[in-house]
Design a protein around this ligand. Structure first.
Ligand SMILES: [Zn+2]
Length: 66
């Protein structure tokens, strides 16, 4: 029987667990909604840190024309 053409073995990038990646999986490339949200949260966390650093830097000042 060869019914696996819609299924790919993959490793979840978050929990590193092997899982069957189906072509209709809504959580690709993650194994589940939970891992997808964890990855999204990590991204937001980094974004916040970058935003804070940018905000603390001095704003650009226009040189006065003479
Ligand atoms: Zn996972």
């Amino acid at each position: 029987m060869a019914m696996e053409e819609n299924t790919v073995r993959a490793h979840c990038p978050v929990c590193k667990a092997p899982f069957l990646w189906r072509s209709d999986s809504p959580w690709r490339p993650f194994c589940s909604e939970r891992c997808r949200l964890i990855d999204l949260g990590a991204w937001l966390d980094e974004g916040y840190r970058i935003a804070e650093e940018t905000e603390s830097s001095a704003p650009f000042l226009h040189p006065e024309e003479q």
